[in-house]
Ligand binder design. Structure first.
Ligand SMILES: Nc1nc2c(ncn2[C@@H]2O[C@H](COP(=O)(O)OP(=O)(O)O)[C@@H](O)[C@H]2O)c(=O)[nH]1
Ligand SMILES: [Mg+2]
Length: 379
């Protein structure tokens, strides 16, 4: 797993939470963010833009298309230490490489939900140890789900995957590459996505007014799904103090609320609600996992994961096949025996019929003899 210690700054400032003094007294905190969406939706670019640093290496000609060589979704972990003044953020970024990239994407969220649960499980096991100070926390605090900027809304995969993931992690939907849509298209797409999310009762993360002012929290909630624009090319970044993607006809500014919701999302994740995301993971998501596991599992029995299920299913399929083979074999043996017995029975019946004929002939001969003897005696 790559560790980028003090990654190269993209513009001369970092993006650490300004409310960090309330956040953590020990001048250090760990934050894990997951980026979920298909390749090319701009996950890497957005992550680097959000943390203003080259946290994840952008695609090069060498690693281009490597995600398409894998058979299954892979969770790629990158760690970075971002420091500002006295504060240190231990950042972990998880990329879901290959998610939604296959022809058949059925169950591709399983790898992700399995990973999320595994981290809860590790924490649960550490929680049950006597020395809890040493416990490591690899739980994921937020998952940004990247939706493609297409006018029809969301793919069925997005709906199902978000529904599944929302039970395991704080989920925030984002509309990737918002600069490829006009304002009207973007508004209409947001409306469509919100209607689908509500109809499907997908449980998203919404900021509460406890961590920021009432209106800010409301404004952030209303901006969901967040339309984002991102760039890492230094040349595009500072144009008269503006950061954005430049086009021959103008610039799509990243830090302009009229162009996209990047600043709002940054407010939500870093500036005002990072602590809320961490606490919601602890108090809602982990607590739900803990209760579920401790009520459904006997003490000391490890959690069954996908590999276990697969092994159990394989064993079940093997036994089923064996039983089917044995019953087929038995049926064939019965059939063979039945056929042999029928042949023997038919032979015996034929023999019996022959004997009957012989008896009948003998009886007629006997009758004839008796009649002959009777007529001779009368004479
Ligand atoms: N138009 C536009 N292109 C973007 C944006 N973000 C990223 N890209 C481009 O999309 C391509 C794929 O981005 P990348 O971050 O590697 O996607 P990933 O595969 O999801 O990590 C790159 O060429 C980026 O420059 C955006 O907001 N708008
Ligand atoms: Mg990437």
């Amino acid at each position: 797993m790559p560790l980028v210690e003090k990654p190269q700054l993209l513009y001369n400032e970092t993006s650490l939470p300004p409310n960090r003094e309330i956040f953590i007294k020990k001048k250090e905190c760990s934050f894990t963010v997951m980026l979920c969406g298909s390749s090319g939706t701009g996950k890497t670019t957005f992550c680097n833009t959000l943390f203003s640093s080259l946290v994840k290496p952008p695609k090069t000609d060498d690693n281009f298309g490597k995600e398409h060589k894998q058979k299954e979704v892979q969770i790629e972990k990158t760690k970075a230490i971002i420091e500002e003044d006295d504060f240190r953020l231990n950042l972990t970024v998880l990329d879901t490489v290959g998610f939604g990239d296959f022809i058949n994407n059925k169950d591709c969220w399983d790898v992700v939900t399995e990973y999320l649960d595994d981290q809860h499980e590790k924490y649960l096991l550490h929680d049950q140890q006597s020395l809890r100070i040493q416990r490591k926390d690899s739980r994921v605090h937020v998952c940004l789900y990247f939706i493609k900027p297409v006018s029809y809304g969301m793919l069925p995969l997005d709906v199902v995957a978000m529904k599944k993931l929302s039970k395991h992690v704080n989920i925030i939907p984002v509309i990737a590459k918002a600069d490829s849509l006009t304002k009207n298209e973007l508004d209409s797409l947001k409306g469509k996505i919100n209607r689908i999310l509500q109809a499907q009762k997908i449980d998203l993360f919404f900021p509460s007014a406890v961590y920021s002012a009432d209106e800010i929290a409301r404004d952030l909630s209303q901006a969901c799904p967040f339309a984002i624009v991102a760039t890492t090319e230094a040349a595009n970044r500072k144009n008269e103090g503006k950061i954005g993607r430049t086009y021959p006809w103008g610039m799509s500014e990243i830090e302009n609320n009229d162009h996209c919701d990047f600043l709002k999302l940054k407010d939500l994740i870093i500036n005002n609600h990072m602590l809320e995301l961490v606490q919601s993971t602890e108090k809602v998501i982990y607590e739900r996992y803990r209760q579920e596991q401790l009520t459904n599992r006997k003490n000391g029995i490890p959690k069954l994961n996908k590999a276990h299920y697969e092994r159990l299913n394989e064993e079940k399929a093997f036994i089923q096949k064996k039983v089917e083979e044995m019953s087929m074999e038995l049926e064939n043996t019965f059939k063979e025996r039945e056929e042999k017995l029928t042949v023997v029975r038919d032979d015996l019946n034929e023999e019996l019929a022959e004997y009957h004929d012989k008896v009948r002939v003998l009886e007629t001969q006997l009758d004839a003899l008796r009649n002959y003897k009777g007529s001779n005696l009368k004479k």
